[in-house]
Design a protein around this ligand. Structure first.
Ligand code: PLP
Length: 347
């Protein structure tokens, strides 16, 4: 895999001693995540006044800052206040809490059956395998636990063994693909060994923010525990780089179906052209657009939340223009933990 010109630029500016092999190594990328304003400012000389204000007000941040060097190169290619920058760079408006917003917008605490295990539905559970992510999205629904792990594996596994109604385990976090191969293999094997569990799913943004992680060794670990489906998280077509496309292709070629989940974000992807391009290009990579989420009511995310009317309108215009396969379901997860509801493309 080539290092793109913007990746070369970041490497030269921030990591002049790093070799190409290190740059391509997912562990190196994770270890060298950028976590402070000064380094971002050094890497992105064209920051807007708003971006600078947001970066230099850490007391306003709703969650920590972390961006992989790989993804920082995408931000360097973006324009000031551009769509990818809005998803990853802190903003002063994160300090603003609007009425009706919550620290726990999906009411997950009330549905927690064991530390890190959430049951909102009779037959499926959500397992928060880690608190860590390769990069932190500013609109995160779990900002309250970003970087902090709550899972107690032995308790979660014991609960799953005792509850034969559960047939579907969705492993998310944090991002489960930030775990190393040996740990992940052990965890997946333990879940697979529970006879009533049929489907394992993984939710991850790693193919978008750390595509180097999708190594042949990881793919063979995942293959061993099929039927295993992966929900990826691309929000904008600019994330579909050759490296990200290769990561998706490696998984699809191994017989692991990929579905995409996107959040409808104001000024990022809430327009017809962007969502059409994103979903069509995903489809061509073998990734089925699954859910388009209306931004949930996470505290400090109002500036990134788009409207239901806008989402419906875009989906209505998309149908008929693109293959039906490219049209996701528009969903809202209301506060209180009743589970996701379809909003429909209606109009
Ligand atoms: C979204 C979610 C799931 C999975 O839902 P699907 O609609 O089957 O993809 C499971 N548990 C929780 C708590 C969720 O929020």
């Amino acid at each position: 895999m080539q290092i793109s010109p913007s990746e070369q630029g970041i490497r030269r500016r921030l990591f002049p001693a790093a070799t190409a092999a290190q740059w391509h190594d997912w562990r190196w990328q994770l270890r060298h995540r950028i976590r402070d304003a000064a380094t971002i400012a050094r890497a992105l000389p064209d920051l807007s006044a708003r971006e600078l204000r947001g970066l230099h007000a850490p007391n306003a941040w709703r969650m920590p800052l972390a961006i992989t060097p790989y993804y920082l190169a995408l931000l360097a290619d973006d324009e000031p206040d551009g769509p990818l920058r809005r998803t990853m760079l802190p903003d002063m408006r994160e300090a603003r809490h609007v009425t009706g917003e919550y620290a726990d917008p999906l009411g997950e605490a009330a549905h927690t059956v064991a530390p890190g295990l959430i049951r909102a539905y009779p037959h499926k559970v959500l397992l928060l395998a880690t608190g860590d992510c390769a990069s932190f999205c500013r609109y995160c629904t779990r900002a309250r636990t970003a970087g902090k792990s709550t899972i107690r594996w032995n308790l979660a596994l014991a609960w799953l063994r005792r509850n034969p109604d559960i047939t579907d385990v969705l492993i998310s976090g944090g991002d489960p693909l930030t775990l190393d191969d040996v740990t992940l293999d052990k965890r997946l094997a333990a879940i697979r060994a529970i006879p009533h569990i049929k489907l394992i799913r993984i939710g991850t943004k790693v193919p978008a923010v750390l595509p180097q992680r999708i190594t042949p060794a990881l793919v063979s670990v995942l293959r061993r525990h099929r039927p295993l489906w992966i929900s990826v998280h691309f929000t904008h077509p600019a994330e579909l780089t050759p490296a990200a496309a290769a990561a998706c292709r490696r998984l699809v070629d191994a017989g692991i179906p990929l579905m995409n989940q996107t959040v409808l974000l104001r000024g990022v992807n809430d327009d017809l052209q962007t969502l059409t391009r994103l979903n069509e290009e995903l489809l061509l990579l073998g990734v089925k657009p699954y859910y388009l989420h209306q931004g949930d009511l996470a505290a400090g995310t109002a500036h990134l939340r788009s409207t239901v009317a806008r989402g419906r309108n875009i989906l209505r215009q998309m149908s008929g223009r693109v293959p039906g396969y490219a049209i996701p379901l528009f969903m809202f997860d209301p506060p209180g933990g009743g589970g996701k509801m379809p909003l429909g493309p209606a109009g």
